[in-house]
Design a binder for this molecule. Structure first.
Ligand code: SF4
Length: 130
């Protein structure tokens, strides 16, 4: 169907609705979403395990800076509470502090060695950085 504007050329109906299709951003995967939220927490001065705990977990006053993974300072990788746990033939680094409250069977509680240490950090005797 067409309409005429002031006796001139007919203009097609729906002309206002034509144009390029809106661009829909790609959907964020669960892993990327988790990483993004963990980075946001670090930037806000909180430990990434705050997500799993459901409450803020402060960083240690001597925690390494999160922007520089080579910088000195306390990190989960040097903490006595970071332990490797096995399940179904796979190994997962988890934080054993708090009687299992920081451990789940999901990636949300995997404890990265480079993460700045939380306020509960205790230096392991023979720290590893894997
Ligand atoms: S207790 Fe240790 S391993 Fe656990 S989150 Fe804190 S620094 Fe990391």
């Amino acid at each position: 169907m067409t309409a005429e504007a002031g006796g001139g050329e007919p203009t097609p109906d729906l002309a206002l609705f034509e144009g390029p299709e809106p661009i829909t951003p790609p959907r964020e995967s669960a892993g990327r979403s988790l990483t993004r939220r963990q980075r946001e927490l670090l930037a806000a001065g909180q430990h990434p395990l705050s997500l799993a705990l459901g409450r803020p977990l402060r960083l240690h006053p001597e925690a390494a800076p999160h922007e520089d993974r080579q910088a000195r300072g306390r990190r989960c990788g040097t903490c006595v509470f970071r332990q490797t746990m096995s399940r179904r033939g796979h190994s997962y680094p988890k934080c054993s502090k708090g009687e299992g409250r920081r451990v789940s069977h999901g990636a949300a509680t995997d404890c990265r060695s480079w993460w700045p240490g939380c306020s509960d950090h205790e230096e392991a005797d023979n720290s590893t950085s894997n």
